[in-house]
Structure formats: C-alpha cells, structure tokens
Design a protein around this ligand. Structure first.
Ligand code: SF4
Length: 567
C-alpha cells in the first residue's frame, strides 16, 4: 500500500514502476527526497546536467482527509544554491499521489533536442506524451489546456516559461481544488531542473482509485478527530489564520522592525497599514465577487488560511496572496498597494518564478537605480521584461544574488545564493540564524522564530532554538504536514498516532526526532561534499556592520556562537 515509485527517464522517454526500497519505507516528504538526493545524485553533479534528478514526494498521510497533511515535496540539487534542496507546497497534487498509491516520482536523464513532454499518471500507470505545443505558454494557459484534455479534476505539477529557459528562480507549481495553479515549490530553481529534462507537466488522474485510508480504521478515525479538535480549539488555527491568513505577520514584523523595507535597508514600512492583514481582509470583503478571505489549498484542510484576491470588479487577480509576497514585492520595494502586489504575484506565477527571489532581485535593481523605490508602474513593466525574457528580465529571473553581482550591488540579501524571506535579519535574529545555517539557504520555512520570546541578546538560547526549530520543521516537512498546524500540536504523539494507525506501525515520537536529526546531518554532509564550508554559513557582511535603523542593532552571531548548533 502506498509504496509505488514512478521513475521517468527523460533521455529514453520511458516510465517504469518500482516498489519503494525497504530502507526508505518510513520516510516521506523531505526526509525521503533528501535521502534519495543523497543516494542518487553525485554532490558535484551539474544541477542542469544529466546526473541531476528530481524527487517528487508526498507525506505518509497523503491521500487521506487528515487536515493539512497533503503537502507536495520536491527535492533535487539546486541550481540556485548549488546544494541539496527541498521545497514544498500545498495544493492537491500530493493528495492525488496518495490516492494513486505513489510515494515518489523520480525524474532523471536530460533532453537537449526540441521536443517537450508531459507525463500522464493514472491507476494503470504512467505514460509520456509529446506536448511541444505547450512550450512557451504561461502556467495559467498550460493548466487550462491540460484541464480541457484530461478533465477538471486532475492534479497538475507543472513549470512555466522560466523553467523552460533554465532560469534560477524557476519554481514548480501545482494546482488547488479550484483549479488555480498557484501553489509553488518556489525556492531553489527546481523548475529549471524540470525544464532541463523537457518535462512540462505531470498530470495526476486518480479516477477509479480506491483508497483504504488506514490499517486500523477505527483508531485512525479516532485520532483524526482528536487532531482536528486540537486545531479547532487553538486560536491561531481556528481564528487568526482562517480570517487573516499569513498576512497577519505584516503588523508583527513591522512592530519588531523586521519587515523588509527598501531592499532590507530597514525593517519598518510607513505604508504597512495599506498592505497588512486588516487591509487585505477589508479589501477582499468589500470587493466580494470571486474574492474570498478564507480558502483551503488542499482537500481536508480545516484551517483554511488561504485567500482569493479579486480586483475592483470582483474578478480574481491571484490566489493566494501571502505574507512573503506582500513583503518582498511590497514593503521591500516600498509599494503600499495590494493591487500592484497581487499583479506582480500573478506575473510571477504565470511565468513560473519564486516571488521571494524576484522581489528581492527587484529591490536590488532599485538600489542600483534601474528603477525607483515605490514606482509601481516601473515594477509592472519590469515584470513584463521578465516575462518577455529581455536581458534585464533574465538577470532578474536569475535571482537576487546574480542581480546583485551583475548590477554591482553588494547589499544583496542572500545566503548560499538564495534570497532571504520576509524577516529582516538584524531584527528577527532567530530566523536569521536559520537563514545562515539551513542547508537550504535563506529559508524561513526551515525554522522560523519570528514569534519567539527569547531576547535578542540571549545568543546561545537563540542558536539552540533555531536548531530545535529546524528539527521541528523537518518533522513537519518529512510527514507532509503544513507548518501551520504547529500551534495546535502541543504533543507530537498525535502525529505518531496518526501514522501508526494508518500503517499499523509502532514508531515513537523519539523516532520522529531521530529521523529528522539524521536528515539534517545528511543534508549538511551532502552540501559539504558539494563544496560548502563554514564560510557559506554567514549572512552578507553589511548586516554585521550596519545597524537596522529601527532596532539600532547589527547582526552579531559569530562562528563561536554557532558551536551549539549540533544536530
Ligand atoms: S493552513 Fe493554509 S497553507 Fe496550510 S494546508 Fe491549510 S490552506 Fe494550505
């Protein structure tokens, strides 16, 4: 049950099916993809060459109605960072994989001819289909054409033109239950890896699949009920996130001086009240039409933190509009206008690029004087250049680090080549320790400490808290859970109980921690073999020397402080 692996060789144009090897049986999501990266991709492999692979996995509870347990996880060697990468997203693709009994889809080989393909997976297996006509189309048009051909209920995993052009901010999208292909495994340029293999999309059709949800059905039902009760009895998951979504962080970080503003020069944005959660909520409510303040990205999620943002005529601009994009494409560019941010978000989605790295790259371009901070029209026209693939557009779509190098701006907010998410590092120090030390590069989802009570001068405690947060996030990522369940999970026993009831296992919560620790060690070791050293576990120099004007602090975590970061 639920142990199929579909292996797609794009050199041979051949798909085969195998059973997940015994040593991987208790792994899923990030812990499975990272093990497979480590076992199958040489650390020195060219990320866009014939030896790199992509591992698409889902969590152990995929295909069930357990809330928030159907995240899609994509692992590979990253073109952006040059290291191991896992990037995950909501949407319905992982749910479909679970129903199809598939734990992993492996993409391997390379194509350098003019032919492009899609993979179609259903209960009878996987076939590859020539689909060169889809090449060059945006994500939304590609999705529409795939729905026309295969029906509206399919799951789709797809790339946009940025992936086809092998650009380093290219992500991999999948669709939500309403058909919007706006759920991105956006970080690390994994869309470019898929593009290097000339695979434009994977169609997941679960028609006729009969899923036995659990080895111990009654126990499973009981545990699901208990898990959902926890979500419904927690303010964060039952009130704040459903009403305001992730945008509630705008006021939190702005108050801390940690809302990236003006290319991370400062952490407070004068127009924050125009882009905060209340403004987003009020705008969506007032416009009504297709807009919705609460929405579920995947089947079964009862938190429903997502949204649909509509224009003044009630027509959808984009779904979802999230905190990271609101900051990187808003405050970071000094744009206090939700409509403009939503349009930038739509353009990024359609072209298939990461809104975080693109927002950070445009911030750097603003600092270089290519366009002015706050100039909405100039940003939208730069996004057209990105989509058209002009030389400047390609530089931006190559990410913040490369944009900084090309434009001569050393204050590029990146770690290991990847742009920081929406937490200014001198003000949100715990998250910045995660940025420095995560094998993934500057990634808040690797262990965010924005809400910690630990004081900024308690360095040792912050380092330990970052380590623990990185382990905790690996547990969630490794089980396919959305991190927003964290507030409602007071005891990880419930996660273990769900897994044990589904599979008839008897793993413990200590086993979960052990698997996560081993995974962290494995990811760091992979990066070491790929050429990473301690020098890569650092923020850009200016954050250590120039004060955040709001907090009056510099970043002061040293190599010695990091000695406590032992996994
Ligand atoms: S809480 Fe939000 S992001 Fe998480 S699964 Fe639910 S809708 Fe998706």
């Amino acid at each position: 049950m639920f142990d199929k692996v579909i292996r797609i060789d794009m050199t041979k144009i051949e798909a085969t099916e195998e059973i997940l090897a015994e040593q991987y049986k208790q792994l899923s999501g990030r812990t499975l993809s990272s093990r497979l990266v480590s076992d199958e991709i040489p650390p020195f492999a060219d990320s866009l060459g014939p030896h790199n692979k992509i591992f698409i996995t889902c969590g152990l509870l995929a295909g069930t109605t357990v809330s928030s347990a159907n995240r899609l996880s994509i692992g590979s060697k990253s073109p952006l960072t040059g290291g191991i990468k896992e990037s995950n997203a909501g949407g319905i693709a992982a749910y479909k994989m679970g129903r199809l009994g598939i734990r992993a889809i492996v993409l391997e080989g390379l194509r350098e001819d003019d032919n492009w393909y899609i993979a179609v997976i259903n209960k009878d297996g996987c076939r590859l289909k020539e689909a060169s006509g889809l090449k060059g189309k945006g994500i939304y048009d590609k999705a529409t054409l795939l729905y026309e051909e295969f029906g509206e209920k399919i799951g789709i995993i797809l790339i946009g033109p940025a992936g086809e052009r092998l650009l380093f901010t290219a992500g991999v999208a999948n669709n939500d239950g309403d058909g919007a292909p706006g759920r991105f495994s956006g970080r690390g340029g994994l869309g470019a890896v898929m593009g290097s293999k000339h695979l434009l999309a994977i169609v997941l059709d679960d028609t006729g699949c009969i899923v036995s949800e659990a080895a111990e059905k009654d126990l499973f039902k009981e545990k699901v009920k208990l898990f959902h009760k926890g979500i419904l009895e927690t303010t964060q998951t039952n009130e704040t996130l459903p009403k305001y979504g992730t945008a509630s962080l705008v006021d939190v970080t702005n108050a801390l001086g940690g809302l990236p503003t003006r290319n991370f020069q400062t952490g407070r944005f004068e127009q924050a009240d125009k882009i905060n959660a209340q403004s987003l909520y009020d705008t969506i409510k007032k416009r009504a039409g297709e807009g919705n303040t609460t929405h579920s990205c995947m089947p079964g999620c009862i938190i429903r933190c997502s949204n649909i943002f509509a224009d003044e005529n009630g027509k959808t601009i984009v779904s979802p509009l999230e905190y990271e994009t609101i900051s990187l494409a808003g405050s970071n560019l000094e744009i206090g206008d939700l409509d403009t941010i939503a349009r930038i978000n739509y353009d990024c989605n359609d072209y298939g690029v990461d809104t975080i790295d693109i927002g950070a790259a445009i911030g750097v371009a603003m600092e270089a004087g290519i366009l002015n901070f706050g100039d909405k029209d100039a940003v939208l026209s730069l996004m057209q250049e990105v989509k058209e693939g002009t030389p400047l557009g390609r530089i931006i779509a190559s990410g913040c680090a490369i944009t900084g190098k090309v434009l001569g701006i050393r204050r590029a907010p990146v770690v290991k080549g990847q742009a920081m998410a929406a937490y200014e590092p001198r003000a949100v120090k715990g998250t910045a320790i995660t940025y420095m030390t995560s094998p993934m590069g500057a990634d808040h989802t690797a262990g965010n400490l924005v809400r910690t009570n630990i004081k900024p001068d308690m360095k040792e405690q912050l380092v330990v808290a970052s380590r623990d947060a990185q382990i905790a996030m690996t547990i969630f990522d490794g089980l396919g859970f959305c991190m927003f369940i964290a507030a409602s999970v007071k005891d990880r026993q419930i996660l273990v109980d769900l897994v044990n009831a589904r599979f008839g296992w008897d793993i413990t919560k200590e086993d979960l921690v052990q698997i996560a620790r081993e995974n962290m060690i494995l990811e760091r070791e992979y990066n070491r073999k790929a050429g990473f050293t301690e020098a890569h576990d650092r923020l850009p120099e200016h954050f250590y020397e120039e004060e955040n004007p709001v907090t009056g602090t510099v970043f002061d975590i040293t190599e010695e402080d990091l000695e406590k970061l032992v996994f």
